[in-house]
Design a protein around this ligand. Structure first.
Ligand SMILES: CC(C)(COP(=O)(O)OP(=O)(O)OC[C@H]1O[C@@H](n2cnc3c(N)ncnc32)[C@H](O)[C@@H]1OP(=O)(O)O)[C@@H](O)C(=O)NCCC(=O)NCCS
Length: 200
């Protein structure tokens, strides 16, 4: 259901383990570092959520959907809970959070709940690095696949996920004139915890 697209409060712990992707924590050519989020990242994570949700969803789902999503999935409580459980990864440049990914369990699935990069930072590999970090977490948790959903009409997300090996499994229709949720899965068989993300 669309109301569960980012409902990451449920489920058992799937936090960060000491094993880390060797690229995590290392700055790229633009000085962007990808790492597990800590409490001090709260404001930066919220800022990324609010800015990207407006830019991404207002054109395809309308302002009410944006307001609903921000109130449901981007509150201090929800973000703090995800950070405390070790399920939030950030991309930072200097003191700024420029990208966020969150993940967690739902039933038997390992779900990528959120993947958001500030609009001014798209196309520099940040989304790919955040996704690679989530893949590492999944592998460290002995997960064989990652699932996610995006809203129909979000062509940027559709292209990005398809390029990174995700395939559509099913769609959910929320009604009320909102776009469908398109669910995808990526099989992680063959991926290695120490891979360079070439499959990602
Ligand atoms: C989808 C999203 C997370 C991708 O993040 P990103 O940082 O732009 O992703 P990348 O830079 O790794 O890849 C984007 C493109 O840039 C290209 N690219 C990657 N690294 C690059 C680099 N160093 N230089 C130039 N181009 C690069 C990739 O080939 C990719 O092309 P593609 O879109 O045709 O596949 C981002 O567009 C976003 O936040 N969108 C809005 C929010 C959203 O829709 N999130 C998903 C919700 S389900």
């Amino acid at each position: 259901m669309i109301v569960n697209r980012e409902d990451e409060l449920e489920g058992t712990d799937m936090g960060v383990t000491p094993e880390q992707d060797h690229r995590e924590g290392q700055p790229d050519a633009n000085g962007v570092v990808v790492r597990g989020a800590v409490g001090d990242d709260l404001a930066g994570v919220l800022s990324v959520g609010h800015r990207t949700w407006l830019a991404t969803y207002e054109p395809i789902a309308g302002p009410e959907y944006v307001a609903m999503g921000l109130a449901k999935w981007w509150t201090s409580d929800v973000v703090t809970d995800s950070i405390r459980k070790g399920r939030t990864i950030v991309a930072t440049q200097g003191d700024d959070v420029v990208g966020v990914a969150t993940y967690g369990p739902q039933d038997d699935a390992f779900v990528l709940w959120k993947l958001y990069v500030l609009p001014g930072h798209h196309g520099h590999g940040i989304g790919t690095r955040l996704l690679e970090a989530v893949v590492q977490r999944a592998l460290e948790n002995d997960q064989r696949r990652i699932t996610l959903s995006y809203l129909e009409g979000n062509r940027q997300a559709a292209r990005f996920y398809a390029r990174h090996g995700f395939v559509e499994t099913h769609r959910e229709t929320p009604g009320s004139g909102l776009p469908e949720s398109v669910w995808m899965v990526r099989d992680l068989d063959g991926a290695r915890p120490d891979s360079d993300g070439a499959r990602a």
